[in-house]
Write a protein that binds this ligand. Structure first.
Ligand code: ZN
Length: 181
């Protein structure tokens, strides 16, 4: 995985680049949760669930299908006041879906571990993209504070933080120009 910090950076950048109208209080916390929740599947290691298992790390919980389920759950629990199928309802559904799905997609750009079950639950194959520039992050804090962790952060700064920052800048410029018309 890219580290949890970098998944959070993606969530914050997405929220700044595509802010909802009348931003609700829990918007940011839900955004961050969506971007990092798939890695809760590392609990499987201590429960004896093998890495390659359907529910193992980078399995079903890293799939866009789970992202869709997560998004539907969030919208129906936390945005009950919004009319179903309205414009705002679709905005939140798509926003939280893309954020949840971004996790597995970013992980598929990493260069280590098992691949990501991007088509789960329909196909259990673990996938990487043909291009994997992001150095895989260790799962333990101790390893993360090592030289490996430093190299991971450098690669994530380049391949996750920098593009996120770029998207924020471009969207801010577009909004600024649009507001002057
Ligand atoms: Zn992950």
């Amino acid at each position: 995985m890219p580290s949890i910090i970098s998944h959070t950076v993606v969530a914050v950048a997405a929220g700044i680049a595509f802010p909802p109208r009348n931003m609700p209080n829990h918007f940011w916390s839900l955004s961050v949760i969506c971007s990092i929740i798939p890695d809760a599947d590392v609990i499987g290691f201590s429960l004896g669930i093998p890495y390659h298992h359907f529910l193992g790390h980078r399995g079903f919980f890293h799939s866009p299908f789970f992202g869709l389920w997560m998004s539907l759950f969030i919208v129906s629990v936390f945005f009950r006041s919004i009319e179903t199928f309205s414009g705002d309802w679709f905005f939140y559904l798509v926003f939280f879906f893309l954020l949840s799905a971004s996790h597995g997609i970013l992980d598929a750009f990493t260069n280590g571990g098992l691949g990501i079950a991007l088509l789960s639950p329909f196909d259990h194959t673990r996938y990487f993209f043909p291009w994997t520039p992001i150095m895989v992050s260790p799962t333990g804090l101790k390893a993360f504070l090592s030289k490996w962790g430093l190299m991971v952060m450098k690669s994530e700064l380049l391949w996750v933080w920098l593009p996120s920052f770029f998207i924020v800048v471009v969207s801010t410029v577009i909004r600024f120009v649009a507001s002057r018309d």
